[in-house]
Structure formats: structure tokens, C-alpha cells
Design a protein. Structure first.
Lengths: 115, 118
């Protein structure tokens, strides 16, 4: 039962480079999310996806691109990394089949540093 | 608009003390869900509890208890007889049925860092 995994776990890159963070879940959950965690802000939603080929912006989408060609994968791309994108990124998923009982499950996080 | 406020940025207690973490939320939704997550020093997010807006019963799980009060829009978390292993960042989160457009999006508070000293 692998659950939800993220890769890489740690990444250092330079300003202006393109970076892709991977997220994979084995539960076939419909909904997937990308959050970033910054001190003083908690977790903020970047993008989410309701199903394959359906994505939408969250609270802080600028500078990020997502795709979802397969239900189990939800990559997040920083097209031209900036220092302000230094953060810890969490991927999450939920089946959302029963709103009363569904819980969001989080991956282990990716710590990204942009120099 | 939906918002979650955790006014306590950091709390430090000595082992065996009781500690309460505050969470205040704002939403116009009539149906909503509140969550607490724990983030230990290892960094992962661990789900602790989910509470539905129509169920105001308090809940106890071992040393953990949660006090949900709709009248004050609060969902506070108490750890009784704290232990060093309770040291972590704790997040309160909100999911509104209408405000989130049935997408399951979570609105997080800023987090409270709890340090339990031996």
C-alpha cells in the first residue's frame, strides 16, 4: 500500500530554471491537490484537479503549471523558478465520494530551494 | 470568504502539562468540515480528526480532545498530560461544502508550533 508519493524529496535549483515536482497516488482518488507551505502562511492551495484532464487554480497559482493525463499522476511544474518559490510542496488526494467522511491524504512533501 | 485563524504561533510547555491549541474559523457555508493535522519534525502531515458542522459533540481520543463550538466559530484542540512526542506543528483546516464548490479544497490556518520540554 504505497499511498501517495512525491519525488524528488529535496531539490535545489537556480533562478530561471524549469522544475517539475512529481506526485503519484495508488488509490485512484479522483481529486488531487498541490499546496505550498510557508512560515506564517500555513498551507496554501496552488492547483487542484477533479479528474484526469480537469484542473483548476487555487489561491496561489502564478508561476506554476499542472497537468493530469492519468488519474494517478499530478505533476507540478515551475516554468521559470524564482526565489519566492522556495518552499515545501505537498501533494494530496481525496476520493470525495462521500463528503461527510472523506479525508485528504498528504504526500511526504518536497523541499524546494531556488538559489 | 473562508478563513482559519490560529492566533498562537508558538506554545512551549513542560511535559505533563495540559495545553490547548486555538482555532477560529470563518465561513458562510451552512455545511462545513473542520480538521486538525499534526506535522512532526519529520515533516509529514498526519490527519488527526474531522468534525462535521452539524455535529457539535466534543470528542476525546486518548490524551487528545476537541471542543467544537459553532456559537464562537471555534474548534479547539486540547492535549492532556503532554509528552515530548507531542512536539510538532499543528494545523487546523476548513472545508466548506458550498464555498469550496464541492472540490474538497482545504483552507488552512497558519499553524501552531508546540514544544513540549522534558
Amino acid at each position: 500500500d504505497a499511498g501517495i508519493t512525491q519525488s524528488p524529496r529535496y531539490k535545489i535549483t537556480e533562478t530561471g530554471r524549469q522544475v517539475t515536482l512529481m506526485c503519484h497516488q495508488t488509490w485512484s482518488h479522483s481529486y488531487m491537490f498541490w499546496y505550498r507551505q510557508d512560515l506564517g502562511h500555513g498551507l496554501r492551495l496552488i492547483y487542484y484537479s477533479a479528474a484526469a484532464d480537469i484542473t483548476d487554480k487555487g489561491e496561489v497559482p502564478d508561476g506554476y503549471v499542472v497537468s493530469r493525463s492519468k488519474t494517478e499522476n499530478f505533476p507540478l511544474t515551475l516554468e521559470s523558478a524564482t526565489r519566492s518559490q522556495t518552499s515545501v510542496y505537498f501533494c494530496a488526494s481525496t476520493p470525495l465520494t462521500d463528503f461527510r467522511t472523506d479525508t485528504q491524504y498528504f504526500g511526504p512533501g518536497t523541499r524546494l530551494t531556488v538559489l | 470568504a473562508q478563513k482559519v485563524t490560529q492566533a498562537q504561533t508558538e506554545i512551549s510547555v513542560v511535559e505533563k502539562e495540559d495545553v490547548t491549541l486555538d482555532c477560529v474559523y470563518e465561513t458562510r457555508d451552512t455545511t462545513y468540515y473542520l480538521f486538525w493535522y499534526k506535522q512532526p519534525p519529520s515533516g509529514e502531515l498526519v490527519f488527526l480528526i474531522r468534525r462535521n458542522s452539524f455535529d457539535e459533540q466534543n470528542e476525546i481520543s486518548g490524551r487528545y480532545s476537541w471542543n467544537f463550538q459553532k456559537s464562537t466559530s471555534s474548534f479547539n484542540f486540547t492535549i492532556t498530560a503532554s509528552q515530548v512526542v507531542d512536539s510538532a506543528v499543528y494545523f487546523c483546516a476548513l472545508r466548506g461544502l458550498q464555498g469550496s464548490g464541492n472540490t474538497g479544497k482545504l483552507i488552512f490556518g497558519q499553524g501552531t508550533t508546540l514544544q513540549v520540554k522534558p
